[in-house]
Design a binder for this molecule. Structure first.
Ligand SMILES: [Zn+2]
Length: 84
């Protein structure tokens, strides 16, 4: 479904949170760049990522940070492979 915000739509909160984690892994941990939270959209009734506002509790949790670190490492090795 297309949304007026032109953001990617996620059907479930879980999907959006998964995407949020993967998006965060694209950025260095110190930069603070990238989306910070997921929210439910009133227009399309999907979930979107947002880079505005408070960093969500999800991203603050230790468990999540570990997942992001793992993803970051996976990205690193993946890019190494591609570079060959
Ligand atoms: Zn929307």
């Amino acid at each position: 479904m297309d949304c007026t915000t032109r953001k990617t739509c996620y059907n479930t909160k879980e999907q959006a949170e998964d995407a949020l984690l993967r998006a965060r892994a694209q950025y260095p941990s110190s930069s603070g760049a990238g989306p910070v939270a997921v929210y439910h959209c009133a227009y399309c009734s999907c979930y979107h990522l947002t880079s505005k506002g408070e960093v969500s509790d999800l991203l603050r949790s230790k468990n999540t940070r570990q997942k992001i670190d793992l993803q970051r490492e996976a990205n690193y090795w993946e890019s190494k492979m591609k570079g060959r």
